[in-house]
Design a protein around this ligand. Structure first.
Ligand SMILES: Cc1ncc(COP(=O)(O)O)c(C=O)c1O
Length: 399
């Protein structure tokens, strides 16, 4: 199909890329990106079909393999991340799983930080060993531990930074160097920061994974994920794996996330401002024994967070005195903030990780990743912080 004229992309800055990156117009010259909601594509001739399958003629074949709306989302996200290429997936976990299964074989070994989302830990600790792939978990902040865990067969290193839900920070550049020196690749799960705050590939990470369900969507509507990498990993590992196993993103979800990227930076900046205010407020509450927020000076890795991130993010974690029962009393007293296990929404969401997102982990794994009984993960939304603080204050009274 002859595409309508597009003005040539120049050396655009991030804000411009967020709004226009990757856009392709149909002959209708629509201003808003089209939602191409189709499973298949027609060919003018049988010869054309053959040529497309041989890769000798450009164009789409089947939406499990690629779709124009999904491609626009991939291109825009790659431009914002400063990544050479991106592939979208149905969820963040589909992205995490696909990277491991596409990048590893029996006998390989993975090193991962202890502080991980429960499902990420499950894939590494439970799924991979079934295929004869070993794993070692380390304290992500301990560079010597990373070095010591490396084996000749180590192929992939995995971190979340900031981590879910303890917001611990891993030095991306330093761990990427360790990976590189041993011929391995570092994967960074960038779900909490989003490309608005952190671009791991610019710091040396080899692969980035995303749950676009979170800040890319930003309004809690649709699931999605993405893998960003260099062309060698795409060509040698990922492309064939994705097209044949099919963890594809729906064009509709891609369209939502593509359009939401236009406002990502503006939204995330406000999330950060609100989260900082709520974190400061929490630090003065009697029943709150600990506040974790990467940009507060009392965060143990505050300097590192400031060095590799452009903002502290929208999530604040804190501990309430009295453990699970106190957290439940507080949660049940909330009048505005919702109890939910999602995050990155315009609406503020209150999570008790021990009994929800991290419930299926062993106690030992929860201890290693800092998920205590009194820990709360608060995804601070875009509401007025006066209302949020008032709600938390009245709920803490009964905690
Ligand atoms: C750090 C992290 N990675 C991955 C995921 C999984 O994303 P999804 O729910 O889109 O599969 C989550 C979800 O909470 C997460 O917090």
């Amino acid at each position: 199909m002859e595409m309508a004229t597009n003005k040539k992309p120049g050396k655009w800055k991030k804000r411009t890329l967020a709004v226009r990156g990757g856009q392709v117009r149909t002959p209708f010259q629509e201003t808003s990106e089209p939602l191409i909601f189709t499973a298949g594509y027609a060919y003018e001739t049988a010869e054309e079909a053959e040529a497309r399958f041989k890769g000798e003629s450009p164009g789409y074949q089947y939406s499990r393999i690629a779709n124009p709306t999904v491609t626009m989302f991939e291109e825009r996200l790659a431009q914002l991340e400063g990544a050479p290429v991106a592939r979208a997936t149905a969820t963040g976990m589909a992205a995490v799983t696909a990277v491991f299964l596409a990048g590893l074989k029996t006998g390989d070994h993975v090193v991962a930080a202890n502080a991980l989302f429960g499902s990420c830990r499950y894939v590494i600790e439970t799924v991979l060993p079934r295929f004869g792939i070993g794993c070692t978990f380390v304290d992500g902040s301990d560079l010597k531990a990373w070095e010591a865990a490396m084996r000749p067969e180590t192929k992939l290193l995995f971190v979340e930074t900031p981590s879910n839900p303890t917001l611990s920070i891993v030095d991306i550049a330093a761990v990427a160097k360790i990976a590189e020196s041993r011929g391995a690749r570092l994967i960074v799960d960038n779900a909490f920061a989003s490309p608005a705050l952190q671009r791991p590939m610019e710091l040396g990470a080899h692969i980035v994974v995303h749950s676009s369900t979170k800040y890319s969507d930003g309004q809690g509507r649709a699931l999605g994920g993405a893998i960003l990498c260099h062309p060698d990993f795409l060509d040698e590992n990922l492309n064939q794996f994705l097209r044949n196993t099919g963890p594809s993103l729906s064009p509709f979800n891609a369209w939502l996330h593509l359009k939401s990227l236009e406002t990502l930076e503006l939204r995330v900046r406000q999330h950060c401002e609100n989260a900082m205010k709520v974190a400061d407020f929490l630090s003065h509450q009697k029943k709150v024994t600990r506040v974790l927020y990467p940009f507060r000076p009392d965060h143990p890795q505050h300097n590192l967070a400031r060095a590799q991130m452009d903002g502290g993010g929208g999530v604040v974690s804190f501990e309430i005195e009295g453990g699970k029962s106190a957290v439940f009393r507080c949660a049940n007293a909330l009048q505005l903030i919702d109890i939910s296990n999602n995050l990155g929404d315009a609406k503020s969401l209150f999570t008790h990780p021990e009994t929800t997102t991290h419930q299926k982990m062993t106690q030992e794994a929860r201890d290693a990743s800092g998920v205590t009984s009194g820990l709360v993960r608060l995804s601070v939304g875009l509401e007025d912080t006066d209302d949020l603080c008032e709600d938390i204050e009245q709920a803490l009274k009964v905690a």
